[in-house]
Design a protein. Structure first.
Length: 222
């Protein structure tokens, strides 16, 4: 299959799924920031995005895109290692490559582990019980998402783990954002610096938005 056998095809799938995930992160961050200013408004959004059919379809599509991203990232990493079985030891060449670029797969693993943590803290206590029809068992948490944020981030260790997760996401995005455009063909002296600048801006805004929710949740829990 061309998308799997071709290097260009694999990178194209990575680019498309990457764009999709970046858009979701922007939406998710914007939604969560609402909780800083109004718990009631945040709960209204959560209720709207509960276990309705459109939310379930969106969740399924998101999960599919994320799984594809992981699969193709693994394929690319394994193919690259197979093509270069002996690691290069030229320090000059290594210095020319960004740290995030050399460690994208490791960063991706950290992002995945952080996602599992996040799902266990929120999705498993909010949307999942509603899907299973047992929300009554989680009534206090399910009905008040803003209170769940405060309860979760009342623990400073959890706050630190989330911040570290966001740092990994920042590094992953700063490289992945412009790399996706590069794979799509926007690779020239005019656009490349602009894309790297946009990648840093978008990644930083996403990081700051998510981090602000964690900090605000901790402060509100005191």
């Amino acid at each position: 299959m061309w998308l799997i056998d071709s290097s260009i095809g694999r990178k194209l799938v990575m680019s498309i799924t990457g764009f999709f995930l970046i858009l979701f992160l922007i939406f998710h961050m914007s939604m969560n920031v609402v909780a800083i200013f109004s718990g009631e408004a945040y709960n209204t959004i959560c209720e709207f995005l509960g276990a309705n059919w459109y939310a379930l379809v969106g969740t399924a599509v998101l999960a599919g895109g994320f799984i594809l991203h992981i699969i193709f990232a693994t394929i690319l990493t394994l193919r690259n290692k197979k093509a270069r079985p002996i690691a290069y030891s030229f320090q000059d060449n290594q210095e020319k490559v960004e740290w995030s670029s050399r460690n994208m797969f490791v960063l991706g693993v950290v992002v995945l582990l952080g996602l599992i943590m996040h799902l266990s803290h929120f999705w498993a206590k909010m949307q999942l019980p509603e899907i299973l029809g047992c929300e009554a068992e989680y009534a206090g948490q399910f009905a008040d998402g803003a209170a769940l944020i405060r309860a979760t981030f009342a623990n400073p260790i959890i706050c630190l783990l989330y911040i570290l997760w966001f740092v990994a996401i920042w590094f992953h995005l700063t490289h992945g954002f412009w790399s996706a455009f590069q794979s799509a063909g926007l690779d020239n002296k005019t656009w490349f610096p602009r894309l790297k600048c946009c990648a840093n801006i978008v990644s930083t805004l996403i990081f700051l938005g998510f981090a602000a929710v964690v900090v605000a949740g901790y402060i509100q829990s005191l």
